[in-house]
Design a protein around this ligand. Structure first.
Ligand code: NAP
Ligand code: F7E
Length: 338
């Protein structure tokens, strides 16, 4: 008989790709979504799997809700992907971010401990926990230095997963995932914001876009590949924490340049600081402006991950690298607009 999985945050980017992966492996997939006035299943619809996932209204702010759900569906594996996941918003809503992204993990783990401690658990930890990096590249052993309420909340969830593993023998794995993107990425994150804007500019539907710190560097991978690593972690003989990354990093500026390049626009930069602009070299039109509103009170400047452990023990490696990722995203946004 196939296994049963429960995914919190099924309506998000990773929830959609992970559902697709688990369905392809013969799992019965239950997806938890929180109650909203307009349910938000567009990603599952894009992947054409909306009718294959069984949806349950489950909020990780409510422990009883989680306990009753696990009693009812008896999952073999629980993937905790739900979070207030936008770093910028965590500075404005630090308490809510802590309730969902930190204490939410405790609620899920408590429900597992109460209902069936043999349920395997995946926690979606983040490279943001490295923040002001203490070592380059970052590994599983690199000390953490969170730079936002989001990162601090994720660090709590990370340690709680280790704590429940050590205290109650729960098969809990924390995946320290570096940024992973896709055409299903939320529009507020920088990669999708840029791919969408560049596609609109190319199609004449927008004149320019505004951006924040273009010099931040990220190790960007492809979400569809990263969810495979999540699943692999839970199939190991012993629970452990693994880092997934591409071991390549690029600046936001490079992302913008390559996105424009893909649609045949050569961008050149003029000015400096908040007065810097990105100009179409051919037409002279201003296509990119800086808006300090997108700067963060605490920034993470430079992330680069070493995924050697995942490669050695899980057999996981990323195939899609930076340029292909940018192209996949811009191409899909062009298709959406035309
Ligand atoms: P995402 O697209 O923002 O999805 C987050 C999901 O959490 C959404 O389905 C959201 O529901 C749900 N959620 C929020 N609050 C909830 C609550 N109280 N109860 C139940 N569900 C709730 O994030 P993602 O990119 O797929 O990332 C998945 C997880 O990995 C997150 O925990 C994120 O922090 C972490 N992570 C992401 C990356 C990355 O680069 N993508 C890297 C490292 C770690 P709504 O649709 O209703 O908002
Ligand atoms: O920012 C800079 C911004 O919001 C990336 C989440 O999935 O990955 C994600 O967090 C960089 C930052 O992602 C804009 O200052 C410049 O340096 O796309 P982002 P993030 O903060 O790295 C980690 C691993 C997670 O765990 C999170 O859940 O881009 N940036 N200008 C901008 N960022 C945004 N959003 N918008 C701008 O206009």
């Amino acid at each position: 008989m196939g296994k049963t999985a429960f995914i919190t945050g099924v309506t998000g980017q990773d929830g959609a790709y992970l559902s697709q992966l688990l369905l392809s492996k013969g799992y019965k997939v239950y997806g938890g979504y929180r109650r909203t006035s307009s349910p938000n299943f567009w990603r599952l619809e894009e992947l054409n799997i909306r009718n294959n996932v069984e949806f349950l209204e489950v909020d990780i702010l409510d422990t009883g809700n989680l306990i009753r759900t696990f009693e009812k569906i008896k999952p073999d594996e629980v993937y905790n992907l739900a979070a207030q996941s936008f770093v910028a918003v965590s500075f404005e809503k630090p308490v809510l971010t802590g309730e969902i992204t930190a204490i939410g993990v405790t609620r899920v783990l408590e429900a597992i401990r109460i209902v069936n401690p043999r349920i395997k658990f995946y926690q979606a930890s983040s490279s943001e926990m490295f923040g002001k990096v203490q070592e380059v590249p970052q590994k599983e052993t690199t000390p953490f230095y969170p730079r936002s309420p989001y990162a601090a909340a994720k660090l709590y969830g990370h340690w709680l997963t280790i704590n429940y593993r050590e205290s109650y023998d729960i098969f809990g794995c924390s995946g320290i995932l570096f940024n992973h993107e896709s055409p299903l990425r939320g529009i507020e994150f920088v990669t999708r914001k840029v791919s969408d804007a560049v596609a609109r500019i190319k199609m004449g539907a927008q004149d320019y876009f505004e951006i924040g710190n273009m010099d931040a560097k990220r190790d960007w991978g492809y979400a569809k590949e990263f969810v495979e690593g999540m699943w692999m972690m839970l199939q190991q003989p012993k629970p452990k924490d693994y880092l997934l990354a591409t071991n390549e990093n690029h600046s936001v500026r490079e992302f913008i340049e390559h996105a424009f390049n893909y649609v045949g626009i050569d961008i050149s930069w003029k000015g400096s600081g908040v007065n810097e602009t990105g100009i179409d070299s051919k037409s002279g039109k201003t296509l990119v402006k800086i808006n300090p509103r997108y700067f963060r009170p605490g920034e993470v400047d430079h992330l680069l991950g070493d995924y050697s452990l995942a490669k050695k023990e899980l057999g996981w490696s990323p195939k899609v690298k930076f340029k292909e990722l940018v192209e996949i995203m811009v191409q899909r946004d062009l298709e959406r607009i035309s």
